[in-house]
Write a protein that binds this ligand. Structure first.
Ligand code: FAD
Length: 472
């Protein structure tokens, strides 16, 4: 009997450019693919609701793709160590292969498996470069994005993507597993996922269709249009990347294999931000809870459940903020510029702890990502490594007027304001009574009056910042 290899799928739900899978197949032994729910590490943070919805579709697509290669997908839930121990015992496997994930400490698991006489092999595959391979001149990890990105351009290109295996040898008997439907990843009562279904198709094939479509149609204008809130100018690849349905190396080579395109290069730089976030997470695994700048541990955040609720529900009275929060609720995604605007509104105007915003995003984003979400919230709160300074407070009216100049974004997501002319759309409280009446808007009734005065809130935020500044 040839002992099988267990292939532990994690945030790498794809068959192509999956070095751990290719290595398992290359052994010539039977392969037992497994996915472990809530098991990204033994202290895994459970996925939020929108990400669970995505996971269902992604696992269904993966199982179908495995099936065409003669393989199954075993679904189990529970602590990773227990599940893998049970699985190697049940199948007689003597090796477990998986893709490394920056930010999770996998050494204790590998040691545990070694103690059972099981070989644990970890493969690079979720990043362009492994964190240990990217160091500055002093041999230290980078803490600032621009030099990090410049340095990456000096390295050899990342390895070319691997093809999906044609066939995957199956074990003589498949171990038991759960049925995907029984995991209840998709909401039923109530079913709030209609907007998600209308927006997304999870899975590896869909990820490549999205990438090709973006490179053909939108990439040329990306550099100029990526901040325009209503332009649909970005790739929408984030959930596919989050679940590893496509690898950053596949994206890198797809861009570089085409003739030079300024837009596509600028898009690649954003993929570089994802890379940077993971490198930071690798250095600071507790980042979702601990500010990187220690002074911020003493920041006087306000406890304001009502403000938090108004923000989350898109009822702040600031149209661009409300449009963005409603886009998030409906589709599980929000434009990057909008994420910055609502993030600034929460931590600076409302003076609410960035961790509350990070948690709301974690629950509602289909792309909720342990690295990008945390790093971006620390960036916007001013407490991150390479962060926007705290004193830079976004003005939600000016941001709206600049990045949604024709009002398409606000009119789409806040339809009760659609009849307002552009000149007051982002500040309806400034509109003359007649204009409001003609547009069918009654502030405080059909649409909220602003929950705060931005100028006063800005002053309050700057005063709060003074309290954590050390003596100069
Ligand atoms: P594109 O513009 O097409 O970019 C391509 C890819 O590059 C993205 O899919 C993403 O993987 C990466 N990328 C783009 N911008 C950034 C960025 N600023 N930082 C890191 N990576 C980036 N992104 C997530 O993937 N998951 C999150 O949970 C997340 N939370 C965020 C929270 C806040 C407060 C902010 C300000 C940003 C957050 N981002 C997050 C980053 C960014 O907003 C999204 O990656 C982007 O909007 C996804 O849309 P896209 O795929 O069309 O992006």
């Amino acid at each position: 009997m040839t002992a099988p290899v267990v292939l532990w799928f994690r945030r790498d739900l794809r068959l192509s450019d999956n070095p751990a899978l290719s290595a398992a197949v290359a052994t010539g032994r039977p392969v037992v693919p497994v996915y472990i729910l809530d098991g990204e590490g033994e202290d895994a943070r459970p996925l939020g609701g929108a990400a669970r919805w995505w996971l269902h579709g992604s696992l269904a697509a993966l199982a179908a793709d495995l099936d065409t290669r003669g393989a199954g997908l075993v679904l189990r839930r529970g602590p990773v160590r227990t599940v893998l121990t049970d699985l190697v015992r049940e199948t007689g496997a003597d090796a477990v292969f998986w893709t490394r994930m920056a930010g999770s400490d996998e050494t204790p698991l590998a040691d545990h498996l070694a103690g059972l006489g099981v070989t644990a092999r970890r493969y690079a595959g979720s990043l362009l470069y492994e964190p240990e391979a990217v160091r500055n001149k002093q041999g230290q990890p980078f803490r600032v994005f621009t030099p990090f990105w410049k340095h990456l351009q000096t390295l050899d290109p990342p390895p070319r993507p691997l093809p999906a295996p044609d066939a995957i040898p199956a074990p003589t008997a498949w171990p038991d597993g759960d049925a995907l439907e029984d995991w209840g990843l998709r909401p039923t009562q109530p079913d709030w996922a209609g907007g998600l279904r209308a927006t997304w198709v999870p899975g590896e094939d869909a990820a490549h269709t999205v990438l090709e479509g973006f490179l053909d149609d939108q990439a040329p204008a990306y550099a100029d249009q990526r901040d325009a809130l209503g332009a649909d100018a970005t790739s929408l690849l984030s959930p596919h990347l989050r679940f590893g349905e496509i690898s950053p190396r596949q994206i890198w080579h797809a861009v570089r294999d085409r003739p030079y395109d300024r837009g596509a290069e600028s898009f690649l730089r954003e993929v570089g931000w994802r890379e940077f976030s993971y490198h930071l997470l690798h250095q600071h695994p507790a980042m979702h809870d601990e500010p990187l700048q220690e002074a911020f541990a003493a920041f006087p955040w306000r406890d304001d459940p009502e403000g938090l609720r108004a923000w989350a529900r898109g009822r702040t009275g600031y149209p661009v903020v409300d449009a963005a929060m409603r886009q998030l609720w409906e589709t599980g995604w929000m434009h990057n510029r909008a994420r910055m605007i609502v993030g600034s509104f929460l931590v600076k105007d409302l003076l609410i702890d960035w961790r509350a915003g990070e948690r709301w995003f974690w629950d509602t984003l289909v792309d909720a990502c342990p690295a990008n979400n945390t790093c971006s919230w620390q960036w916007i709160a001013g407490c991150g490594a390479d962060a926007a300074p705290y004193f830079r407070v976004f003005n939600p009216v000016l941001q709206g007027e600049k990045f949604d100049a024709d009002g398409a974004y606000v009119r789409r997501w806040v339809p009760e304001l659609a009849g307002l002319p552009d000149r007051v759309l982002h500040k309806p409280w400034d509109a003359p009574a007649l204009v409001l009446r003609e547009a069918g808007v009654t502030l405080g009734e059909t649409y909220p009056a602003p929950i705060l005065d931005h100028k006063a809130a800005r002053d309050r935020a700057l005063a709060a910042l003074e309290t954590i500044k050390g003596p100069s």
